[in-house]
Write a protein that binds this ligand. Structure first.
Ligand SMILES: Nc1nc2c(ncn2[C@@H]2O[C@H](COP(=O)(O)OP(=O)(O)O)[C@@H](O)[C@H]2O)c(=O)[nH]1
Ligand SMILES: Nc1ncnc2c1ncn2[C@@H]1O[C@H](COP(=O)(O)OP(=O)(O)O)[C@@H](O)[C@H]1O
Length: 199
């Protein structure tokens, strides 16, 4: 039987004989989403990680095209106007967005596609792709979250303050998502995500 992968708006509708699945990983900055995802990708190279576009400057060690596509605000706005993003949001003073085409193509080819995105984008995906599976990563406590953001040592004081300001609001929204996982012990959290994705 033919199945159709479609967004509610129809904007990303495409016929796919055997679509994969869209997974959304969200949670406050510093909770460990990126670290969990990197380990998950090492264990499961068959997963497709969607590389986002952002107007934020690269952190030391970040690679264009691998961690993010680092682009200017004007380029980002052009892409928004051209409808090239599946979702996008402004976070801590910068734009972030998921390029539509590769995600749709990969899902259509049967892949499990993972987005690692903030709250507003995750909400947009839930609205437009109700069949997506959403996972919210929680910190063991707010103090521990603050420690992790600070100890990562890669953001300015201002960027840290903006992330912490937003974090409580994000945590309060955890129950909107399908599954909540606390990232206290790293291996335990990683195993829980694996169990959700692969049974
Ligand atoms: N909506 C949306 N959020 C994104 C996207 N890519 C990354 N983010 C989120 O933007 C937030 C800031 O990311 P980043 O600047 O890398 O900082 P970090 O989370 O503190 O490491 C995080 O919550 C990311 O999950 C995207 O394509 N769309
Ligand atoms: N379970 C954990 N226990 C302690 N530290 C952790 C854990 N998971 C991640 N971290 C650390 O917390 C910091 C923030 O993690 P990161 O993956 O960058 O978060 P996010 O992508 O959610 O912003 C990093 O220094 C990372 O090594």
């Amino acid at each position: 039987m033919m199945q159709v992968l479609s967004s509610k708006s129809g904007a990303n509708t495409k016929e796919c004989p055997s679509p994969g699945k869209l997974i959304v990983l969200t949670g406050p900055s510093g909770v460990g989403k990126g670290t969990l995802l990197r380990s998950l990708l090492q264990r499961h190279p068959e997963l497709y990680y969607s590389v986002s576009a952002t107007t934020r400057s690269p952190r030391p060690g970040e690679v264009d095209g691998k961690d993010y596509y680092f682009i200017s605000r004007s380029k980002f706005e052009q892409l928004v106007a051209a409808g090239k993003f599946l979702e996008w949001a402004e976070f801590a003073g910068n734009y972030y967005g998921t390029p539509s085409e590769p995600v749709i193509d990969q899902i259509c080819s049967g892949k499990l596609v993972v987005l690692e995105i903030e709250l507003e984008g995750a909400r947009q995906i839930r609205r437009s792709f109700p069949s997506a599976l959403s996972i919210f990563i929680l910190p063991p406590s707010f103090n521990e979250l603050e420690k992790r953001i600070r100890s990562r040592g890669q953001d300015s004081q201002e960027a840290i303050a903006r992330r912490l300001q937003r974090a409580q609001e994000e945590i309060n929204a955890a129950n909107e998502f399908d599954i909540q996982i606390v990232n206290d012990d790293f291996e335990t959290a990683l195993n829980s995500i694996e169990a959700v994705l692969f049974g």
